[in-house]
Design a protein around this ligand. Sequence first.
Ligand code: SAM
Length: 362
Amino acid sequence: MRNSDDPQVFWDAFDVETGALAAQLVRQLRIPQARRRGFSGLIGKFDKQWITLHNALLVMERAQRRALKGPERESVESANIRLLRMMRRRLHMMKRISEAMTLVSKGKPRPLYPPLRKKNDVEQTQAFALDTAMAFLHRLINPNGQSEEAKDLGCFSDIPLSSAAFIAHAHAALRVAMAQKRPEPLRFVDVGCGGGMKVLLAAEMFEQAEGYDFDPNYVAAAKKAVVQMNLQRCRIFEANALSFEEYENYDVIYFYQPMSDSNGLEVLEERIARQARPGTILIAPYLRFVQRAETLNCGRVEGAIFVTGTSQKEADALRVRAERIGPQMLRPGQVVRGLGVDWMRGLVLACAVNGYVPDRSI
Ligand SMILES: C[S@@+](CC[C@H](N)C(=O)[O-])C[C@H]1O[C@@H](n2cnc3c(N)ncnc32)[C@H](O)[C@@H]1O
């Protein structure tokens, strides 16, 4: 064991050594699983560092307890007492990080969509109650009827997808984005957002959540809600999906059969598929899109999740990778505790982009 007579000297040396190891681990965690080399060996080394800290801490804590009971207790510095306490917390945190890294390394597959619930399922009843309440909130935010211009263009009115269904799709899309190792922050747009409820929900998963609508009354209602709730990462604007030019600016594009006019809908779908960058994730929860996806060169990953410019074979391979991403996530902008240690914070963030968030880090 290194010099544990002076806790600060011990910690400084430990910090440098473990920091270098953490940098290697972070590199491994941030690349696709198939390209990782020696990852479990590095986790083993990290666990050895945990044992080193654990053993040294036992010795230092014992020495400190003895000193506090003895005649020289006045000379025990409060800074050292604080440091040992901090080191104990860091030790716990290292354990949680190691557990998360082990889960990443095992990569146990979990379906992107949970299996359908059985009849008389308790959670199904609860989800239904929550969804009904969300539908009331949706009406509160947007009580407006459809405008004449929107009717003339062949738009559907603001008929909302159920919130529970949307969250399931958005979470699946997030895991697909994590499997793609897309550069953060992730940008989401709801094409035909109505009162903007899905934009609010998406902001819980994606750093930037935007939505636009053709109907000016809907846009005004959604904008008002975003301002009243002070949602800084949301943006609502007025645009026509048939002439919108900026699909390439988004990583995740959601559209819930915006138009009743089937010609208009086809033009809208083609525009999105053509203008979005290859690899863009589409959330399109309606049957017609499932039927058209292949002709638009969009591979179906699963359920309502498609990827532009992707063959079905590539989409299947992506699904396998996405299923190995864990189910957990950090809220965008969430504060992550690294207990004053940069490498610890770096490891927590690198685990989180693989769907595992070490406990106690938030
Ligand atoms: C079925 S609602 C979906 C609302 C919301 N996205 C949701 O999932 O709950 C369709 C929305 O798309 C809008 N929309 C239809 N055609 C549009 C277009 N060409 N450009 C922009 N918005 C459009 C409608 O005004 C309506 O608010």
